[in-house]
Design a protein around this ligand. Structure first.
Ligand SMILES: [Zn+2]
Length: 310
């Protein structure tokens, strides 16, 4: 299983999920080295990954390219939160928040786009870097105040922690992740369950998913979500892989499981529809407004593709 295993590219899969294992060395030991961090910016050897109102800077074109611009103190003076992301080929990369600008800045470098629209068009490495930047900047924007006492928080450890400014509180806040399970349910043979939500693009179907609740194991969450959404009992729960999905802060934990219940009881308040599909139906997917598979950058698509090719 372990095809490659090195810092920044830790992955047990031949092809990592999109947005994962992007090849960045997070170099956590450097986060608290203020002199080193300052020198990277002062010497203008670093690169900045800009974020403006949850959008990432990309070069226009076909395919578009993810953009990192050369850092300088002048550039970063205009930024809000700045986060040391890590090293790529020994070059420091920083995420920087330019959301305070009324109009999108840095237009000479590219245009700001929502990763949910262009992410799957980028290279694997660029996609991973840009969602990492987006996720960290969004976390800072949403955690300006302490959840314990309500006072302001300040960024520390080069943007990897926020600390409450109230000396009597001084609570440390770390970046938030919302774990969600996503699971392909099959019948042990030729069929699997796909569903869709009303607000998805026309025809879009996916394997089922839901957030993990406090006091649950991941396996508990898989079984509960499936029973809640389609009313079947499952066995043979197996972990598949995971994927960062920072829209805004999820980590998707992928599973497969089997059911011998053939009749679905679909929770219509959660799903517009869910039913069994055969391999042949998916192989001959029309990919139009009547039915389309999940987007190619999603772990949902990866679970389906791997099941199809098993
Ligand atoms: Zn506090």
């Amino acid at each position: 299983m372990h095809e490659f295993y090195r810092r920044g590219s830790l992955c047990a899969m031949k092809t990592p999920n999109f947005y994962a294992s992007g090849g960045i060395d997070r170099a956590a030991h450097l986060r608290s080295d203020e002199q080193w961090i300052k020198a990277q910016i002062d010497d203008q050897v670093a690169r900045v990954v800009p974020v403006w109102r949850s959008q990432n800077l990309v070069r226009p074109g076909d395919p578009p390219g993810g953009v990192a611009v050369d850092a300088s103190r002048g550039l970063l003076m205009g930024a809000g939160s700045v986060v040391f992301l890590g090293l790529i080929e020994e070059v420091a990369h920083f995420a920087a928040d330019f959301s305070a600008y009324d109009e999108p800045p840095l237009e000479e470098h590219g245009q700001f786009r929502d990763m949910r629209g262009v992410g799957q068009l980028l290279s694997h490495q660029e996609g991973a870097l840009l969602v990492y930047a987006r996720a960290t900047i969004q976390w800072h924007a949403r955690h300006q105040f302490c959840g314990v006492c309500g006072n302001a928080t300040i960024s520390q450890d080069s943007g990897h922690m926020r600390k409450c400014t109230n000396a009597d509180c001084a609570t440390q806040h770390f970046p938030r992740l919302d774990p969600a399970v996503i699971m392909l349910i099959h019948d042990g043979g030729d069929r699997l369950i796909l569903g869709r939500q009303k607000n998805w693009p026309p025809g879009q179907h996916s394997v089922l998913a839901g957030f993990v609740e406090p006091g649950e194991s991941l396996e508990d969450a898989v079984a509960r979500e499936i029973f809640e959404e389609v009313g079947v009992e499952i066995t043979d729960i197996h972990y598949h892989s995971s994927q960062p999905w920072p829209f805004p802060s999820s980590i998707m934990l992928g599973y497969t499981a089997r059911t011998s219940d053939t009749t679905l009881n679909v929770a219509r308040d959660e799903l517009e529809d869910a039913r069994w599909f055969t391999r042949d139906e998916l192989l001959n997917s029309p990919e139009n407004d009547s039915f389309r598979l999940p987007r190619r950058d999603s772990i949902s698509r990866r679970l389906i593709d791997d099941w199809m090719n098993a």
